[in-house]
Design a protein around this ligand. Sequence first.
Ligand code: PEP
Ligand code: MG
Length: 756
Amino acid sequence: MSAAAAARSILNQLHEVMASRLHAQAKLDRVVEIIGTALNSEVCSIYLLREGMLELYATRGLNQSAVHVTRLAMGEGLTGTIAAYIDTLNLAEAKAHPDFSYRPETGEDKFHSFAGVPIVYRERAVGTLCVQHVEPRRYEDVEIEALQTVAMVLSELIAHAELVDAEDGVGLTPEMTGPAIISGQTLVKGLAAGAAVFHQPRITIEHVVAEDTEAERQRVYRAFDRMREQIDQMASQAEFGAAGEHEEVLETYKMFAYDEGWSRRINEAIDSGLTAEAAIERVQQRTRMRMREIDDPLLADRMHDLEDLSNRLLRIVSGQIGTAASAGLRRDTILIARNLGPAELLEYDRRRLKGVVLEEGSLTAHVVIVARAMGIPVLGRARGIRGVVSDGDEILLDADRATVTVRPAPPMIDAFEARFARSRERQAAYAELRDVEPFTRDGTRIQVMINAGLRDDMSLLSLTGADGIGLFRTEFQFLVSATLPQRERQTRLYRDVLDAAGERPVIFRTVDIGGDKAVSYLRSDIADQDENPAMGWRALRLALEREGLLKAQARALLEASAGRVLNVMFPMVSEPWEFAAAKAVFEAQIAFLRGQRRHLPDEIRFGAMLEVPALAEVLDLLLPQIHFLSIGTNDLTQFLFAADRANPKLAERYDWLSPAILRFLRRVVQASAGYPVDLGVCGEMGGRRLEALALLGLGYRRLSITPASVGPIKELVRKVDLAELGRQMTLWLAQPPPDLRAALTEWATARGIETD
Ligand code: PEP
Ligand code: MG
């Protein structure tokens, strides 16, 4: 009999049993009979995971008295090994296997051959299905295939609780066992609790056994066609660039999407009697098992891609399309995803979305910058999280400590609650500072502004009591749009922002796109060839050459600021002429509007970002031309240390409090003295307490920071004696202590200044 025919015959019989009104135990007893008979095996047994142990739930051929008595730990005996390693065993002589563990109560000593497969549910073993034979022979491949298919059907049946029988207490729903703690990388600090929600909801497979095999085949064909269309479309629009993915991924997707082997295997699974959904899942499981045997990180990545594609196919075939955002969040939620685009994040209900856990993600990914602006904690690089969590599981996200706890035990909840309460208390104390102006102890007023980029961020201005928007990242509008935002749309946004800000200043930074901030509709020109996108054709470099872009933005900013003050800042200025050229684009637009007798801004102030070290060497040439200078420490540090800011391996290597950076920043303060130029810092550095302290000590009086940091920084400012700190900083810079961070921490602690 062919593998397909054997499996189909078993499936048909299983189908009948499941549809019957038998009790759970009686159903399982029938199942082992059916499989044993079909495979001509004297023994067929099912072990299921209960309370962390694999328990014999049903058997044909072993002693019935062993049922619910024989229990094995994960990794114990052949059954435990299969479950622990999610592996298939096929042995002519079971006793010869080093993991064999003899259980006398089962009476299994007369059986020589043994084959077993794991019953897998959501990538975890929840049991095993085994057959045994007196005669010492290995099982045929077709038999193993049939066993695997049956195991899959069983797992779905278990998942759908069709085997649960409450009356006799035989609950067979696979348990997602106790708590699990997963570490990752802190992308946005903070604590949050809520229920797990998958960004791409898992597909529920309603029917496993097919009624009409031909119809299922047609469904798969159609789904393949749709999926290939989608992939081709993606490739032509290169939307992938916007999601931060690489060309290479797209290539792999294409390769898999058109892989004949893959579609053939799915077809074979349909031949064996499975529905289209079950067949896709079955093939996926088999690939997963194969891949597990290969210890190759590159292949593991490819596996990820195939998994994504397989899920896509499943979604198409089952009609379960759409993300969790479209379904709506019903309670406090921790969102789980492999990766996420900024636009996708923004689709969620902000009141319910409390935290995000990503399997991938990096510090400068746009989704992270957006989440930071929204005040949502994010943990990245939480490897394997999707295999451990089930939809609806309780989750404690502690992004401060870079961990996520799944299904926490009560003491974990208590400890978390205590930390959470302390953090909330602190937040409340900061909120009280909202209307308090940040003066240092010796009476200097420090400007504390916020970084923003979205219309929604404007509410944070009054919420935090910040002095204004020190950096409005206009590229966010470009990043979250599917097409280039037309001038009118830009004008509308800028006008809304200025309306919301009222009297408080807003510094608009012209678009900083290009490089890794690629947007799909500009993709054809940029990023493709850049090997080092951060140092590539981005920001002002791109804007000066795509003059239409800058012109439209200049006009939008000028029109939106009619009758008000416009502060405009250019990113990535490396040489003074770039600033002059950008300013000239604005001046041409001013002349045009004046010619049209249009209403102009009352005042226009131009500024530059200092984030390319070269600019520091020619400040004397630039300063006479500008009203303000803002240091972008995020980019500046990566260029100063030649250390990619997105590379997690380097994340901890260089310190913002290193003498190299601090001396550099001090030089900028000194070089700017005597010019009527407002000097500030707008990188992430200024939002951290110890770093902010250092900046104040160096002479910076304006910080533009992430909104969540306004409270903590205001509180810090009020505790500082600037004169004393300045003197100390001069000493440290002249003769740096071995660990400046430690020295500054000690200095602060001695003065009652919290530094965490
Ligand atoms: C910076 O580089 O420090 C900065 C503020 O700009 P961005 O993070 O948007 O590059
Ligand atoms: Mg920058």
